[in-house]
Design a protein around this ligand. Structure first.
Ligand code: NDP
Ligand SMILES: O=C(O)C1=N[C@H](C(=O)O)C[C@H](O)C1
Length: 233
């Protein structure tokens, strides 16, 4: 693949390392808005930038006619507009809050666990996420995805940044610790015992491998997709 990396920070560099080992070509490394010229003949754009720049970058790629794999978090209030633009330009777009295979398996386990656990009112539920101190958003996109799977099953009104669940809002606790790539835990507590489902990323490798799998899958496809489509869940 000829890949444009839109955003060349921690994730852009992690993707580059794996892409080069897989004999892909990096034709652009951008830290600004993509244009026809600076995309340099890319077949696909992989966008990991910042919450305030992702929307503009994604829409620019779609308007130019380049399919986009986007991993940037905390801009999803604008997802409906991106979907409209993708349809208008007959483009290809994938978004996932987390591209790692392990977390996508965890999403499935999380849903099933909530379906079982919500019947047992002696257990409370909340989420904890831990990330490196450079992270701009809280809670993480992954924690929000986990919450969005639990909320309808429990009938919660939504989530809030809190170490506990109350007022019918699912608690998400966000901790920031030097160098942690990403740890997510869904915690069920009762007076008798605790049950915890936990995913620990040891590095950014899993996110990068997943983003490259998504990019290869997306080339030639039209529409709006998630990692569930890529993995066939
Ligand atoms: N979905 C997933 O699997 C994962 C998602 N993420 C998400 O990806 C995003 C990026 O994470 P990470 O790489 O760690 O962050 P970094 O801060 O390391 O990298 C972001 C990069 O984007 C650059 N940038 C700034 N403005 C623009 C712009 N207009 N266009 C393109 N690039 C720009 C920044 O440059 P400068 O520093 O000069 O401002 C920086 O190099 C975050 O939202 C994070 O939550 C992270 C890991 C996995
Ligand atoms: O910013 C990060 O680093 C990460 N961001 C994503 C998120 O917000 O869920 C995915 C991963 O946890 C790492």
């Amino acid at each position: 693949m000829k890949i444009a990396l839109v955003g060349y920070g921690k994730m852009g560099k992690a993707i580059e390392e794996i892409a080069l080992n897989q004999n892909h070509e990096i034709v652009a490394r951008l830290e600004k808005k993509p244009t026809q010229e600076n995309l340099n003949g890319a077949e696909v754009a992989i966008e990991f930038s910042t919450p305030s720049t992702a929307y503009e970058n994604v829409t620019a790629c779609l308007e130019i006619g380049i399919p986009v794999v986007c991993g940037t978090t905390a801009w999803l209030d604008k997802l409906p507009q991106v979907k409209d633009i993708c349809i208008k330009y007959n483009g290809g777009f994938i978004y996932s809050s987390n591209y790692s295979l392990g977390v996508n398996l965890f999403f499935e386990i999380n849903k099933r666990a909530a379906e079982i656990m919500h019947k047992y009112q002696e257990y409370t539920v909340h989420i904890e996420e831990i990330h490196h101190t450079e992270k701009k958003d809280a809670p993480s996109g992954t924690a929000i995805t986990l919450a969005e799977e639990i909320i309808p099953i429990y009938g919660f009104d939504g989530w809030k940044l809190s170490y506990k669940t109350n007022n019918n809002l699912l608690g998400i606790e966000a901790k920031r610790v030097h160098d942690v790539p990403g740890t997510h835990t869904v915690i069920y507590n009762s007076p008798i015992d605790d049950i915890e489902f936990k995913h620990v990323a040891h590095s950014r490798k899993g996110f990068a491998i997943g983003a490259l799998i998504a990019a290869e899958w997306l080339i030639g496809k039209k529409g709006i997709f998630t990692m569930k489509d890529v993995l066939g869940f």
